[in-house]
Design a protein. Structure first.
Length: 160
């Protein structure tokens, strides 16, 4: 169990990562907010000892993925246009916003791998463990996701 101070520090530290992962699955800001809240409540109530900060982050990401998958099954789910969600992120420039939109429009398997690798700085080994899929599959998802991003971004550049 965590003290209120420890929990507040952990929540502040990991809230954005949880939200990004939930948003990548649900594409709904309201659902991502709910998933973030549920994940943090589970952390607060967790009667589990964690080995390290990395273990806590890994656990939080796994719980947020599970909560996201659960939310996808809900009949009450609704999608929001991605452009309406952008203000929720503090992206430094227009190019970052365009890249983030392109990432969010990828198929989920590529989007999740890219978010964990580039935005959360996990290695392919760590992502493999988090998602419970082989490392080679993660490498393939990253490669194909990058290829799709390259095509999407070059098409956008050509239309501009």
């Amino acid at each position: 169990m965590f003290t209120d101070e420890q929990f507040s520090r952990l929540a502040a530290l990991h809230m954005d990562a949880i939200f990004r992962i939930a948003l990548s699955y649900t594409k709904s800001r309201a659902d991502a907010d709910d998933i973030t809240q549920n994940t943090l409540i589970k952390l607060y109530r967790a009667d589990k000892s964690f080995d390290s900060q990395a273990h806590i982050k890994h656990w939080l990401i796994r719980v947020s993925i599970n909560e996201s998958k659960k939310a996808l099954l809900s009949p009450w789910r609704r999608l929001e246009p991605l452009e309406e969600m952008l203000p929720a992120f503090s992206l430094p420039s227009r190019e970052h916003s365009e890249l983030f939109c392109a990432v969010m429009n990828l198929p989920r398997k590529y989007r999740t791998a890219i978010l964990l690798y580039y935005y959360e700085d996990y290695s392919t080994d760590e992502i493999s463990k988090i998602l419970s899929i082989p490392k080679a599959t993660i490498c393939t998802h990253l490669k194909r996701g990058r290829e799709k991003l390259k095509i999407t971004l070059s098409e956008a550049k050509n239309h501009a």
